[in-house]
Design a protein around this ligand. Structure first.
Ligand code: C5P
Length: 310
């Protein structure tokens, strides 16, 4: 009997995210920007199935275009598995099957969700049983959004966006996501923002030294009030993303005209997230956006972070 027969594989599900508030501060020496963000995990998931193997391999499938997703050590999920093995002294390997629903390079943290799911899956498969704080530390080493994919729910992130504290949130928020065939590069969007700020320094004033999430955002989340949240949505990356992808501006306008409370670029984009008054309004908007030729999905948040399923 092989190990794989004795021990079943482990399936872990991790959510994509929307930044309902993202204030970007200055560029630090390490190449990262200081952030203050409010994350909401939404019901669009990545599934990672981990199976015993002697070495580290992976395969990817899914419901979204997969061009550009590496299946070697450039993939964050495989790097997560290797990092956990190195940190715990585990000597075997793993085969990861990644099933993607979150758009690739879409600004929703899909790759980060894969990494978070891989950490949890390998930890369970190998029986390494790292404490939550240790997993979080490894997650932060892999990327700024990986800790939130582990944690899920609603959280405030500062520093690179990886220093998290949970935020109180009541009820459910309904969103329509409009995805794009082609992704955008997150570093390119941050670079565009830096150039934009440099060009318009006189008009836009100093970059916030210590970015902070507005109290109104926390209030809206705590109250479970979609209308209030809609009036506080903010993404400092949006102007840079729209500069690189001018085709998105009319889609944002269409969604807002057709019933969304507000629309926003998700993270560095190009996925657009439209906050709706409730499930029925979201279904109506999804139908309208689909009829206009867009790929539109109805999701809700908040949902839990990476966890073993099945
Ligand atoms: O950590 P992650 O790999 O997700 O970040 C991708 C890139 O996004 C970084 O290399 C950096 O250029 C940019 N970034 C940033 N400031 C942050 C997060 C990301 O400049 N707080």
């Amino acid at each position: 009997m092989t190990l794989a027969e004795i021990f079943p594989s482990v399936r872990v599900r991790a959510p994509g995210k929307i930044n309902v508030f993202l204030q970007v501060g200055g560029l630090d020496d390490d190449g990262y920007h200081e952030l203050a963000t409010a994350f909401q995990a939404v019901s669009l998931y990545e599934d990672v199935v981990a199976t015993y193997a002697d070495d580290f391999t992976m395969a990817v499938n899914g419901s979204v275009p997969l061009e550009g997703v590496p299946v070697d050590d450039r993939n964050l999920a495989l790097r997560a598995a290797r990092l956990l093995a190195a940190e715990t002294g585990y000597e075997g390997g793993v085969h990861l099957e990644v099933h993607k629903q979150v758009p690739v390079a879409g600004g929703m943290g899909g790759g980060s969700a894969d990494a978070a799911a891989a950490l949890v899956a390998c930890d369970a498969l190998w029986g390494t049983e790292l404490p939550t704080g240790e997993l979080h530390r490894l997650a932060a080493r892999l990327g700024a959004d990986v800790p939130f994919a582990l944690m899920g729910g609603t959280a405030i992130g500062v520093g690179r966006g990886d220093r998290l504290s949970p935020a109180l949130a009541r009820g459910r928020f309904d969103w329509v996501l409009v995805t794009s065939e082609e992704g955008v590069s997150t570093p390119a969007v941050y670079g565009e923002l830096d150039r934009h700020r440099e060009r318009h320094r006189v008009d836009i004033g100093p970059v916030p030294a210590v970015p902070q999430v507005d109290a109104d955002v926390l209030h809206a989340l705590r109250a479970g009030d979609a209308r209030m949240l809609a009036s506080t949505l903010r993404n400092d990356l949006q102007a840079a993303t729209l500069q690189m992808r001018p085709d998105l501006a009319p889609v944002l306008e269409l969604g807002e005209r057709e019933g969304a409370l507000a629309g926003i670029v998700s993270g560095s984009g190009p996925t657009l997230a439209f906050l709706c008054g409730g499930p029925e309004e979201a279904i109506d908007l999804q139908v309208t956006m689909s009829a206009a030729g867009h790929v539109a999905l109805h999701v809700h948040g908040p949902v839990p972070g990476a966890r073993v399923v099945g």
